[in-house]
Design a protein around this ligand. Structure first.
Ligand SMILES: C[S@@+](CC[C@H](N)C(=O)[O-])C[C@H]1O[C@@H](n2cnc3c(N)ncnc32)[C@H](O)[C@@H]1O
Length: 283
């Protein structure tokens, strides 16, 4: 997956190897992916996403339709069930979709408001719409765009699926952190120089090649698709620069670091170098 696991190696780019079968990769590596989600660094990431999503939700008592595209096991969107919203998790992986149902049954009130949709984005079909509606109130596409050969094409479909006036949230790994993490956390300045210009890197968790997407290029694609970027966040500015993994399992350290991450995630210049960029877009 993305270099969120501090022990993940970043390989030198050898040019694009696309097309690759991302669909099969996530089914095959579902166990590794679920294990990664339990790491302290993944938990920090998902907690930060919950903070940013809270800024996008309507006032209590108003309920919305949410589509989580490439939502996997639904870690980002299932908590919205508990707040009364209607959630559809769309993914190609039957394994991860089943996990999302199991998690909703286990952890979340509102299982009846969860729908799952097995859908292969490679087929380039329009995304489904909620019943009797022109689009979703909130569309999430978190950590999927960098697996696409043509991210702008998917952004067009995401904007089309968002109702006029609705919100789209996009997240992908930030190339700047590849350079900093190589040099600081991994103590490998040579790799840092390599990563300055590398078009891709490889995920150790899933084994797939990931395109390194600059936030500014995705912002241009959002504008071209007819939406407006209204907010920018940076998720995990600090954790990825620390090489001591044992320290990250210390609850006291983790809690203090989470406080710091929360102080940084919408501030310049920290958000510009964080592990992930997040764009909030309005159609
Ligand atoms: C890195 S995971 C992100 C999961 C979730 N959004 C999150 O952030 O925890 C990428 C997800 O995209 C899904 N995916 C990859 N290629 C896909 C495709 N062609 N069609 C539909 N889903 C796809 C994978 O199955 C996986 O669940």
């Amino acid at each position: 997956m993305f270099a969120a696991n501090p022990r993940e190696s970043i390989v030198s780019p050898s040019g694009s190897v696309f097309p690759q079968d991302t669909r099969a990769a996530f089914d095959r590596a579902a166990g590794e992916w679920l294990a990664w989600q339990r790491t302290p660094w993944a938990r920090v990431y998902y907690a930060l996403v919950q903070h940013t999503l809270a800024t996008l939700l309507p006032t209590p008592g108003h309920y919305i339709d949410v589509l989580d595209v490439g939502g996997g096991n639904g870690v980002d969107s299932l908590p919205l069930l508990g707040a009364g919203h209607r959630v559809t998790v769309l993914d190609c992986s039957s394994v991860l979709l089943s996990e999302s149902v199991a998690a909703a049954e286990r952890d979340e009130p509102g299982r009846a408001r969860l729908r799952i949709e097995q859908h292969d984005l490679d087929e380039r079909r329009p995304l489904p719409l909620p019943p009797d509606s022109t689009g979703w109130d909130l569309v999430l596409c978190h950590n999927v765009l960098h697996y696409r050969d043509h991210p702008a094409e998917l952004i067009g479909r995401l904007v089309d699926a968002t109702r006029p006036g609705g919100t789209l949230s996009l997240i992908a790994p930030n190339p700047a952190m590849d350079v900093l993490a190589a040099a600081v956390r991994d103590r490998d300045p040579v790799q840092g120089v390599t990563m300055l210009e590398a078009p891709t890197r490889r995920s150790a968790t899933v084994g797939q090649v990931m395109n390194r997407l600059e936030r500014s290029d995705i912002e241009a694609a959002v504008r071209a698709a007819g939406a407006v970027v209204t907010d920018r966040f940076g998720l995990r500015t600090v954790v990825d620069l620390v090489s001591d993994d044992d320290l990250k399992h210390d609850p006291e350290w983790l809690s203090r670091t989470m406080e710091l991450e929360l102080a940084l995630y919408r501030r310049d210049p920290y958000r510009d170098v964080a592990r992930f960029w997040q764009l909030v877009c309005h159609r």
